[in-house]
Design a protein around this ligand. Structure first.
Ligand code: 13P
Ligand code: SF4
Length: 327
């Protein structure tokens, strides 16, 4: 067998060549069946990964799916905090991630030690954390939320309850505005959602006057102020299906456009431009995952995610609370 050295994939601790003649889709399908594995994928994954996933969804949908799966192995085509969430919910299952380096700038913007000190300064506050955070932050949290249930979770507390919201200041500010609260915000943000250019989006709108601007709440306030609709990735997708416009400027990571286009082939979806000429509206972490790495992860059953105790059981409580409140 010829080994294509150019095609050598680095996956966690394993350096293994992938035979370039392999039908990766068929191999992944075979391995999933053989090992009773489920492939969960976030909407920001490459189209070819979305197309072979058993479930594609937003962070809430993925957590719910991870909670109810009967599979022995969960292969998480997403980023580290998502796979960690699946492991927190399933300590006895094997949770794999195609590339261990698939992190998240938002999760990284909230280091546990600094956050613990911040929390200690506000003992009367409860903590609501966006799911885009590490297991350590979840362990310091009272209830987790995602962008699809954040308003509901915040409103489940009395209006006079002091709240720390972490780690996304943009989502926090959006919820504050929507609910009339004054939550204390951790100063974190997502590198992808902060890169969109208000000026370029406004210019784009001039050329596409009938296009609706739809945005993820991780975007900065001036972008959200001009949006026709704001929601999680699933909410944005559903909106484009039920809404009667035919053109949309989509202000979130570009991966979601694949499902939008699939569900509404007759509509036009324009990815909102970043503020420079890079492809910064692609999440560099999400895009580390490839079909080759998924194949290798299933073959070697690594890289595996582990969440040590007592962090895991401490992080489980706020997660279960969120899942209960989201029913
Ligand atoms: P949702 O899919 O939950 O909207 O989250 C978006 C995101 O940034 C995930 O990393
Ligand atoms: Fe993290 Fe932003 Fe990438 Fe989502 S899009 S994984 S929040 S860096």
């Amino acid at each position: 067998m010829l080994i294509d050295l150019e095609n050598v994939q680095k996956v966690g601790f394993v350096d293994v060549p992938v035979d370039p003649t392999l039908d990766l889709e068929a191999e992944i399908k075979r391995l999933k069946k053989e090992k009773n594995a489920v492939l969960l994928a976030h909407y920001y994954q490459e189209s070819e990964i979305q197309d072979i996933a058993d479930y594609i969804g937003d962070s809430l949908g993925l957590a719910q799916e991870a909670q109810k799966t009967q599979a022995d192995i969960i292969l998480f085509a997403g980023v580290h905090f998502m796979a960690e969430t699946a492991k927190i919910l399933n300590p006895n299952k094997k949770v794999l991630i195609p590339d261990l380096k698939a992190g998240c700038s938002l999760a990284d913007s909230c280091p546990p030690q600094a956050f613990a000190q911040f929390k200690a300064k506000h003992p009367d506050h409860i903590v609501i954390s966006y799911i885009n955070c590490t297991a350590e932050i979840k362990a310091l949290t009272d209830v987790i939320c995602t962008s699809s249930n954040a308003v509901k979770i915040v409103e489940s507390f009395p209006k006079d309850q002091p709240i720390i919201f972490a780690p996304d200041k943009n989502l926090g500010a959006y919820i504050n505005k929507k609910t009339g609260r004054n939550m204390l915000l951790w100063n974190g943000a997502c590198m992808v959602h902060e890169i969109f250019s208000l000026e370029k989006i406004t210019k784009l709108k001039v050329h596409h006057p009938n296009a609706k601007i739809i945005a993820h709440p991780e975007c900065e306030a001036p972008i959200l102020d001009i949006a026709d609709f704001i929601g999680s990735t699933t909410a944005l997708l559903n909106y484009t299906v039920t809404d009667d416009a035919t053109e949309y400027i989509v202000v979130t990571e570009t991966g979601i456009l694949h499902q939008m286009q699939k569900k509404s082939p007759h509509k036009t979806f324009i990815p909102a431009p970043p503020n420079n000429n890079c492809a910064c509206n692609d999440c560099p972490h999400m895009k580390l995952n490839t079909l080759e790495k998924i194949y290798l992860a299933l073959t070697h059953e690594q890289p595996e995610i582990d969440v040590p105790e007592p962090i895991r059981s401490q992080a489980l409580k706020p997660l279960l609370r969120m899942l209960e409140l989201s029913k």
